[in-house]
Ligand binder design. Structure first.
Ligand code: HEC
Ligand code: HEC
Length: 299
């Protein structure tokens, strides 16, 4: 019996020891991923100043989700706060106290939004540059112009912290820095012509691909937590609903978050896209019609 207890003791000590080693490895590996630097070549973009440009910039900011993470007043907002994942707040993007954009040059804005990289070259966490990197020079220019015009608000930056689950996911490469996913050499178009065309819809649909995937066939959302529902199939495949929808059905669903049969869309489907203009929604619809019918979840 004594011998057995002794061995049990050894075994337990071994487990605790292994656990500790594992924790240290995960901690070190996740820190390494978070601390990555990216030496990116920032191509200058013209930043206009006229009122029409600012208005277009505001529309882009409001329909691409900047408010969700940086707050309605752009002075910072809570995104995630839980023991498993950590505390993630979008920082203050106004020139008020607690923000760091007061000292930003235009190229620092471009580096952050297009490349997901901070002024000192560090990869920004959670900041979805992989979605914004597709913006044309003109659209990025008006967005930066608008961001620079936002009234200053004082709000301290909440430092990012990382819980054990987030660290395990970072170590396993399931969570990446957006800067790791951006093609930093991609040459964006100078301008994209707005119109109710599949080409313009394709450009706008970059905002949908993070959840609906690059083929827009829906299914499991890679970037989401496990409790998120699957995204819908947006191709005209018999698996999905859009094959039977008309353009007005689609526009109404985007505006009201209700399907033609009256059922409500899960809140994971962002409501902010409902603020897109008629032209933008028509362009998206025109593009979805040209997609090959793809079974749900096929990549
Ligand atoms: C999913 C949440 C999220 C969305 C959406 C988002 N951001 Fe961010 N953004 C962040 C976080 C978090 C940081 C800070 C990351 C860090 O410190 O590593 C950040 C950093 C930045 C920075 C660098 C400023 C600084 O002080 O670090 C800029 C500029 C910025 N975001 C602009 C934007 C704009 C413009 C949009 C909309 C087009 C946007 N962000 C949308 C989460 C988000
Ligand atoms: C953050 C993730 C996310 C993003 C980004 C996103 N969607 Fe969705 N979308 C979803 C989810 C999840 C559903 C399924 C909702 C449900 O089952 O109730 C959905 C459902 C839909 C539906 C309903 C279709 C149906 O069959 O019921 C449409 C239409 C739609 N999305 C269009 C879009 C468009 C257009 C964009 C880009 C402009 C977009 N979504 C971006 C997550 C997202």
């Amino acid at each position: 019996m004594k011998k057995f207890l002794k061995w049990l003791g050894f075994a337990l000590a071994g487990c605790v020891g292994l656990g500790l080693i594992l924790a240290v490895v995960v901690y070190a590996k996740s820190n390494a991923r978070l601390a990555q630097s990216f030496a990116v070549q920032v191509r200058p973009v013209a930043i206009p100043r006229d009122a029409a440009a600012l208005e277009r910039g505001r529309h882009i900011a409001e329909t691409r989700g900047c408010n969700e993470c940086h707050g309605k007043d752009y002075a910072g907002n809570k995104v995630v706060d839980d023991a498993a994942m950590g505390r993630w707040h979008g920082p203050n993007l106004t020139r008020g106290k607690g923000g760091r954009v007061a000292t930003f040059r235009d190229e620092d804005w471009v580096r952050a939004i297009r490349h997901g990289v901070g002024p000192e070259g560090k990869g920004l966490y959670l900041m979805p540059a992989d979605e914004y990197t597709h913006l044309s020079d003109e659209d990025l220019g008006v967005l930066v112009a608008f961001m620079k015009s936002v009234p200053p608000v004082d709000r301290e930056r909440v430092p990012l912290t990382f819980g054990p689950v987030a660290r395990a996911l970072l170590t396993a490469g399931k969570i990446k820095l957006p800067a790791e996913m951006v093609d930093h050499a991609h040459r964006q178009p100078v301008a994209v012509t707005p119109g109710p065309t599949p080409e313009y819809g394709r450009y706008l649909a970059n905002a949908c691909m993070g959840c609906h995937n690059a083929k827009l066939s829906g299914g499991k959302i890679d970037i989401g937590p496990p409790d998120w529902p699957p995204a819908a199939n947006l191709t005209p495949h018999a698996d999905g609903r859009l094959a039977k929808w008309s353009e007005p059905d689609f526009v109404a669903a985007m505006r009201t978050a209700k399907r033609p049969d009256g059922t409500e869309l899960n809140p994971v489907m962002p409501r902010l896209f409902g603020q897109m203009s008629d032209l933008e929604l028509k362009a998206l619809w025109a593009y979805f019609r040209t997609l090959p019918a793809t079974p749900t979840g096929a990549r």
